[in-house]
Ligand binder design. Structure first.
Ligand SMILES: Nc1nc2c(c(=O)[nH]1)N[C@H]1C(S)=C(S)[C@@H](COP(=O)(O)OP(=O)(O)OC[C@H]3O[C@@H](n4cnc5c(=O)[nH]c(N)nc54)[C@H](O)[C@@H]3O)O[C@H]1N2
Ligand SMILES: Nc1nc2c(c(=O)[nH]1)N[C@H]1C(S)=C(S)[C@@H](COP(=O)(O)OP(=O)(O)OC[C@H]3O[C@@H](n4cnc5c(=O)[nH]c(N)nc54)[C@H](O)[C@@H]3O)O[C@H]1N2
Ligand code: SF4
Ligand SMILES: [Mo]
Length: 698
């Protein structure tokens, strides 16, 4: 018989700004090839080193293919297979009992962007938890702080279409590692460069992007607000601020200027560690070599004052007349809305503070059920020892919906096997461009795997929940999302996406929220209700006072803490074949050598008697880990770095998050994300640590 081959269109589900469109070739029901869709301009036919071998992940021998029930102690990873009906019945019973005893808020959903698809990530799960009256998770670990910082200035933080970077003459990649984290933007950067643009990277670390830039501006970590104020001071001093434009477009310029003058270029220089001449030159480049673009993404938000940093960069764009670019997520959030409104309000828990929420004995009601999907909290959440202490609780019933036996899944009472992107239907938004895509299932689910949506449909039915939309099919959810009537979805139908795979949101080319302060609205629903208003004014841009504040857990913060732990640790996205925690447990994705090493400057290493390749103990008041030291000439003294995304299973029992700061940054605990990068540590040769442990030295 002849083989039957088809090509099915879809898009990558990863938590990555690029949301590449792809094509899966299927022969006799087996996916045999995956490649980037050459027709989608941003993807341009290329995936990435992480995802080129994605079919190996789909067909990996360690894929979870059946529901499992724990038989050993939590964390040990011993399970027995059970059937779906038994698994769903047991979960429904346990949820029912817990809710009867404590109320719905005893249930905590814990999820993030394991898949970014609108259907699988959220809609049905959100409806399920809302109907249950569960605690609401504030997903403030990625992007929300950046959002708020920019929103303080812009009202709604819509940056320009990133592809417009191609026509800039000055490109400032401000705290974003484009080549690693957003690689499909790089060709647009190169296009600008061919036309004479210069590329400036502002980053305390010499990242791969910094190494490929024309100028790497390397401030001390967390000092960007002082840098921005220094630049504004120069622009003001040298008559480079178009006062009329700024005062017309924005409120609060006099207050911001007063802060810049009060700090002054000299203090900006001493705080950031940058020469006055460099700050001056950066200011002049942004002012003179136009168009200039300031591009920020996420990383800088992972600080106590990350909110201020993102606000500062947005404010600088307004003052200098540069274009501002950031995540495009807001465009999609504006265009798409679930047709079922959430109930509530319920109590909220900030996901960055999971360890505290699970171990806080005074929390009322206590969290006794944890439903985890699309996220690996045992590896990615700060203050890992506390998170693990929570997951170990005997009175916590934990369900993990996963593709693999992750660090978190090992703590589950029940593990449910879930489909991968090529086995499920989804509507994909993006945060690095303006293309929406439809992901069609290319193959049947492997083993007994089910998509998230079907699991929540079955749970809703077993619990006899009575609310709208709980039984909707995946296709129905996608169709309803596309039918919001928002002008940015004009002409984008399910059928069109079935045919073409993708479509650009109907945002007019060149539209900029900095200059065009009106955004269109969806028509009222149902038709005829509401005011019939067609657009909303974003109001004036807001500048206002802005002041540099050192983080408490930084070398300029709590002096006692800095004396005990005199090195600042940044835990970075660093490996080309990692995507957050997805591939940490996969041999073929590990770097060479296959270990999460500690990078330390030659000065700091020498002061501690550490040489290249030494085993070291890295520690602070939260925890410790053992690893190998790599001496780096490029690292500024006082700073050490480690990669993030490893699993404890292959990183010697603990990952870098055993050290990281779970303090929720900013002035509002409901808003801030974890201050991962405001972490202080000390490092010592592992041999010394062992001697201390054995009592051989003091
Ligand atoms: N130290 C440190 N920690 C960090 C960061 C850092 O820079 N440093 N970065 C933070 C940031 S920005 C982020 S976004 C988080 C990311 O943290 P996570 O959200 O945990 O990361 P992912 O690896 O994207 O996804 C987690 C899991 O989703 C699962 N998954 C994939 N698709 C599906 C699906 O369709 N259904 C279900 N149920 N599961 C699926 C994968 O198997 C994977 O195990 O980490 C944060 N933690
Ligand atoms: N290959 C790969 N790509 C990814 C991911 C991945 O794990 N691997 N993860 C995805 C996810 S979830 C996200 S959120 C994005 C993140 O995308 P980015 O925001 O581009 O990446 P990050 O590495 O989080 O942070 C960018 C840079 O910010 C710098 N930084 C930290 N603190 C400061 C500061 O105080 N000032 C300045 N100026 N810079 C600072 C860091 O040194 C880092 O180089 O990447 C996505 N893409
Ligand atoms: S991880 Fe990012 S770059 Fe790689 S295929 Fe997915 S969307 Fe594209
Ligand atoms: Mo993220």
């Amino acid at each position: 018989m002849n083989a039957v081959t088809s090509v099915v269109r879809g898009a990558c589900h990863h938590d990555c700004p690029d949301t590449c469109a792809w094509e899966v070739t299927v022969t006799d029901g087996v996916a045999v090839n995956l490649r980037g869709d050459p027709s989608q301009p941003f993807t341009d036919g290329q995936l990435c080193p992480k995802v080129n071998p994605f079919l190996d992940r789909v067909y990996h021998p360690n894929r979870l293919l059946r529901p499992l029930r724990r038989v050993g102690p939590k964390g040990e990873g011993r399970f027995e297979p059970i059937g779906w009906d038994a698994a769903i019945a047991e979960i429904a019973d346990r949820i029912g009992e817990a809710v009867a005893r404590h109320g719905g808020e005893t249930v905590l959903p814990y999820s993030l962007d394991g898949t970014q698809g609108l259907v699988q990530k959220g809609v049905l799960a959100d409806r399920f938890f809302s109907a249950l009256g569960a605690t609401q998770l504030n997903r403030h670990i990625c992007g929300v702080t950046a959002w708020h910082g920019a929103a303080d200035v812009l009202g709604m933080p819509l940056g320009a279409d990133p592809t417009e970077i191609a026509s800039a003459r000055t490109i400032v990649l401000w705290g974003t590692n484009t080549l690693l984290t957003n690689r499909h933007l790089w060709p647009y950067v190169e296009e600008a460069r061919r036309n004479g643009a210069s590329v400036i990277v502002v980053d305390p670390v010499s990242t791969m992007t910094a190494q490929r830039s024309d100028w790497h501006v390397q401030p001390r970590p967390g000092t960007d607000v002082a840098l921005v104020l220094g630049i504004i001071d120069v622009l003001d001093r040298d008559g480079l601020v178009d006062e009329e434009r700024v005062n017309t477009a924005a409120s609060g310029w006099p207050e911001l200027r007063a802060e810049a003058r009060a700090l002054g270029l000299d203090s900006a220089s001493s705080i950031t560690g940058l020469a006055e001449a460099d700050i001056t030159s950066l200011a002049h480049r942004i002012a003179h070599e136009r168009p200039a673009v300031l591009r920020a993404l996420i990383g800088m938000e992972h600080r106590e004052h990350g909110h201020d940093i993102h606000r500062a960069v947005a404010a600088l764009a307004v003052v200098s007349g540069a274009e501002y670019m950031r995540s495009t997520q807001v465009y999609f959030d504006t265009a798409f809305a679930d047709i079922v409104p959430p109930s509530g309000p319920q109590r909220t828990v900030n996901m960055s503070a999971l360890g505290a929420a699970l171990t806080d004995a005074s929390l009322q009601p206590p969290i006794t059920v944890l439903l985890n999907y699309g996220c690996n909290p045992a590896a990615i959440t700060p203050d890992q020892n506390r998170v693990l202490a929570g997951l170990e609780r005997d009175d916590l019933f934990t369900v993990v919906i996963e593709q693999f036996m992750t660090d978190t899944a090992r703590y589950a009472d029940i593990v449910l096997p879930v489909t991968t992107q090529i086995e499920q239907l989804d509507l994909m938004n993006a945060w690095g461009h303006l293309y929406v895509s439809l992901n069609l299932p290319a193959i049947e689910p492997l083993g007994e795997c089910l998509p998230n949506t079907e699991i929540f449909r079955r749970l809703a039915s077993a619990l006899a929940l009575d609310a709208a939309g709980l039984a909707d099919s995946d296709e129905q959810v996608a169709r309803d999302l596309l039918a919001s009537g928002h002008p940015w979805l004009d002409g984008i139908t399910y059928e069109r996406l079935q045919r073409d795979g993708w479509a650009r949101l109907a945002v007019p080319a060149g539209w900029s929220a900095l200059t065009d302060r009106e955004i269109p609205l969806a028509p009222p629903s149902p038709p005829g209700s509401g005011t019939g208003v067609q657009s909303r004014s974003l109001g004036p841009v807001r500048l206002g006072a802005l002041r540099y504040r050192p983080a408490a857990e930084s070398l300029s913060g709590d002096s006692e803490l800095a004396r005990c732990y005199p090195l600042a640790l940044m835990s970075l996205k660093q490996h080309q074949r990692f995507l957050n925690s997805h591939y940490g447990g996969f041999e073929h994705h590990l770097p060479d050598p296959p270990q999460p090493r500690l990078d330390i400057s030659a000065v700091d290493a020498e002061a501690r008697g550490i040489v290249e390749g030494d085993q070291v103990r890295v520690y602070n008041g939260r925890g410790e880990l053992f690893t190998t030291a790599a001496i780096s000439e490029r690292l500024q003294p006082g700073l050490v770095t480690m990669p993030f995304g490893w699993w404890a299973g292959n990183a010697d029992a603990r990952t870098v998050n055993v050290l990281t700061n779970a303090a929720v940054g900013g002035d509002d605990p409901a808003v801030g994300s974890a201050a991962f990068h405001d972490t202080l540590v000390e490092v010592e040769p592992a041999a010394d640590a062992r001697r201390t442990a054995n009592g051989a030295s003091s």
